[in-house]
Ligand binder design. Structure first.
Ligand SMILES: Cc1cc2nc3c(=O)[nH]c(=O)nc-3n(C[C@H](O)[C@H](O)[C@H](O)COP(=O)(O)OP(=O)(O)OC[C@H]3O[C@@H](n4cnc5c(N)ncnc54)[C@H](O)[C@@H]3O)c2cc1C
Length: 508
C-alpha cells in the first residue's frame, strides 16, 4: 500500500512540530509547503551582516511539560550561561533572565508595575492615590457589562490605572480603541494577573523568597522571570527541527505558496501550489491536510465551495502587522541605573515597552540581552525597534530609509541614543503578526463549523486558527492534530479546546 501523505501548509513552529510528530509516531510522510524562503515563520531568526534578529523576541517558556521537554529534546540546556563565556556547544538553550520594563514619563517602571518606593516617586503620590481609589471603586462597584477590552481592564485594575498604563499602549499595538476589542482577548492574555498577585510578588521580593525555577507554574504569566533561549535565536531551533524532519524522510519545499484547496465530497483531495518561478500551479494530492496559513486566505482558496456566511466571516478577519528596524549603535546614552551588573553599563532589559505618547515606537528589543551570540561585535548595541501598523498603510508603504530615520528620531526623542552613534540599520516587515480579536472575529464559529466538517483538514497554529497563540500553544495544536491522526479521530474539539485552557506568558 502506498505511504500516506500529510500536506502541511507553512514551515513555522506549528507546521514543523506537526511534521516532526508525524515522523515520530506514524508512517505518514509529511510534506511541507512554505511560501517564503525561510524556516520558522514568525519565530525565524533573520541574519544581517553577522548580527541576528529575533522578530518579536521569542521566549521559550511553557506551562506545558510536553512542550518544555520537546524543546529540550532538540536543544539541551546550556551548562553555563555566563555572558561571553565560551559555550562549547552551539546547539543549546541558554537560560536568560527576563527583565522588561515600561518606559513612561522618561522613567523606567517595572513590568508589571510593582510596588516600590521608586514607583511612588516617579508617578507622584496624587496619581498613586487616584489609582488606589479607582481600583477600590472597580472592586466595590464593578461595571456590570464586560464586553470589550476597556471594560475588562477597568474591572480588573480601575479606571486610572487603565488610563495610565493600558489604554494608550493597547491602542498603539492594535491601532483601534480598546472599546472595539473583544474582552476575550484580555481574558486569554492576562487572566491570571491581578493587583493581589502584584502585591504578593512585591512582598515575596521584600522577604527575599527566591523564585527562579524554570517551571514557575504558580507564577502569574506576566511575572515569569526566566526563560530558555536558543544560543542563536529562535530560528536556530526551528532550523534544527527542519533538518531532522528532512533527515527522517519528510519534505520541505520553500518558496512554494499554497494558493487553492481542491475540495470534493466533503474532503480535501489536494491543493494547488505555486513555486516562485512557476507560471502555473501544481496540484499536490494527499491524505491529510494541516493548515497554518491565515484562515482568511485558506477559505479564499476554497473558491466557490464555501457557504457564503463562512466566506463573509473569513473575509472580515483582521490582522495587525509589524515592522522591526534592526539598529546597530555604538552605545546607548541611557545608562543602567539598576543594581544588575551589565557589560558596558548596558540597560539590563531584554525588551522595553515604550509607553511614551510622543512617539510611535512600541517596543525596543535589546538583542545583546536575549543572547550575546546574536551580536557580532559585543562592544556594539544591537536593537530591534518595533512599530505596529497595518500592511499597506502609510507607515508600511514608507521607504526603508524613511522608516529608519523615523525610528532613529523616536529613539533620540525619548533619550536613548545620539544620532552620531548609529552604525547600521535594516528594516523588516512582518505581515499578519497578530490575529485581531475584532473585525468579524466574534462570528468565527461560523468558519470553524465549516472547516470542522472536513474530516481530513486540520487547522493548527496561530493564524491557522486565528488565535493569539504563543509557540507553545501553536505546537500543542499541532500535537493534538497528530494525536487525532494516530487515533483516527475526526472531531477537532480537542484542538480548539486547547484555547479554553491556555495560560499565556503575556503580551508579546
Ligand atoms: C512580536 C511577537 C512576539 C512573540 N513572542 C513570543 C514569545 O516570546 N514566546 C512564544 O512562545 N511565542 C511568541 N510569539 C508567537 C509565535 O511567534 C507564534 O506563536 C508562532 O510563530 C506561531 O507558529 P505558527 O506555525 O502557527 O505560525 P507562523 O509562525 O506564522 O508560521 C506560519 C508559516 O506559514 C507560512 N504560510 C502562510 N501562508 C502560506 C501559504 N499560503 N502557503 C505556504 N506557506 C504559507 C508563513 O510564511 C509562515 O512561515 C510572538 C509573536 C509575535 C508576533
Amino acid at each position: 500500500m502506498a505511504q500516506k501523505k500529510a500536506i502541511i501548509f507553512g514551515a513555522g513552529p506549528a507546521g514543523l512540530t506537526a511534521a516532526y510528530e508525524l515522523l515520530k509516531r506514524t508512517d505518514v510522510k509529511p510534506v511541507i509547503y512554505e511560501m517564503t524562503g525561510d524556516i520558522g515563520g514568525i519565530a525565524k531568526t533573520v541574519h544581517y551582516k553577522g548580527n541576528r534578529i529575533d522578530i518579536g523576541g521569542h521566549r521559550f517558556f511553557s506551562k506545558s511539560d510536553r512542550v518544555m521537554q520537546w524543546w529540550l529534546n532538540i536543544f539541551p540546556l546550556s551548562e553555563t550561561d555566563a555572558p561571553f563565556s565560551l559555550e562549547r556547544s552551539d546547539k543549546v538553550m541558554l537560560v536568560r533572565n527576563r527583565i522588561s520594563r515600561i518606559y513612561y514619563l522618561r522613567h523606567f517602571f517595572e513590568y508589571p508595575i510593582s510596588l516600590q518606593s521608586s514607583t511612588f516617586l516617579k508617578l507622584g503620590i496624587g496619581k498613586i492615590a487616584a489609582m488606589a481609589l479607582s481600583y477600590i471603586q472597580a472592586k466595590v462597584w464593578p461595571l456590570k457589562k464586560e464586553d470589550n477590552l476597556e471594560e475588562f481592564f477597568i474591572n480588573r485594575f480601575g479606571r486610572v490605572l487603565y488610563a495610565t498604563f493600558f489604554k494608550h499602549y493597547t491602542q498603539k499595538v492594535w491601532g483601534v480603541s480598546c472599546r472595539r476589542i473583544s474582552a476575550e482577548w484580555g481574558r486569554q492574555r492576562i487572566k491570571s494577573l491581578s493587583i493581589t498577585k502584584i502585591v504578593l510578588t512585591a512582598l515575596k521580593k521584600i522577604l527575599f523568597v527566591p523564585d527562579v525555577s524554570l517551571e514557575q507554574k504558580k507564577t502569574a504569566t506576566s511575572l515569569i522571570t526566566r526563560f530558555m533561549y536558543p544560543k542563536f535565536g529562535p530560528g536556530q531551533l526551528w532550523e534544527e527541527v527542519a533538518r531532522i524532519v528532512r533527515q527522517r524522510g519528510g519534505e520541505i519545499h520553500l518558496k512554494c505558496k499554497v494558493i487553492a484547496v481542491n475540495y470534493r465530497g466533503g474532503r480535501v483531495t489536494g491543493i494547488q501550489v505555486k513555486g516562485e518561478n512557476d507560471k502555473e500551479p501544481t496540484v499536490v494530492d494527499g491524505d491529510y491536510f494541516l493548515s497554518t496559513m491565515p484562515i482568511k486566505e485558506l477559505i479564499c482558496g476554497f473558491g466557490g465551495e464555501v457557504p457564503s456566511a463562512a466566506r463573509q466571516v473569513a473575509d472580515g478577519l483582521i490582522y495587525r502587522d509589524f515592522i522591526t528596524v534592526g539598529l546597530l549603535v555604538k552605545k546607548l546614552t541611557i545608562k543602567n541605573t539598576t543594581a544588575i551588573k551589565t557589560y558596558n553599563d548596558l540597560i539590563p532589559d531584554t525588551w522595553v515597552y515604550v509607553q511614551e505618547r510622543d512617539v510611535k515606537l512600541g517596543r525596543i528589543q535589546v538583542f545583546n540581552n536575549w543572547s550575546p551570540y546574536l551580536v557580532k561585535d559585543k562592544d556594539t548595541v544591537w536593537l530591534g525597534l518595533e512599530f505596529f501598523c497595518y500592511e499597506g498603510d502609510r507607515f508600511w508603504r514608507r521607504s526603508d530609509g524613511d522608516i529608519t530615520q523615523f525610528a532613529v528620531q523616536d529613539l533620540i526623542t525619548i533619550g536613548f541614543i545620539d544620532r552620531d552613534d548609529v552604525l547600521d540599520s535594516v528594516v523588516i516587515r512582518m505581515p499578519k503578526a497578530y490575529p485581531a480579536y475584532f473585525g468579524s472575529y466574534k462570528d468565527i464559529d461560523v468558519v470553524r463549523s465549516f472547516v470542522n466538517g472536513i474530516d481530513n483538514l486540520f487547522l493548527i497554529g496561530r493564524n491557522g486558527m486565528h488565535q493569539y497563540n504563543n509557540m507553545d500553544h501553536s505546537m500543542l495544536t499541532a500535537m493534538a492534530a497528530v494525536d487525532n491522526i494516530v487515533k483516527g479521530v475526526t472531531s477537532k474539539e480537542n484542538i480548539w479546546g486547547l484555547h479554553e485552557t491556555k495560560e499565556y506568558i503575556e503580551s508579546e
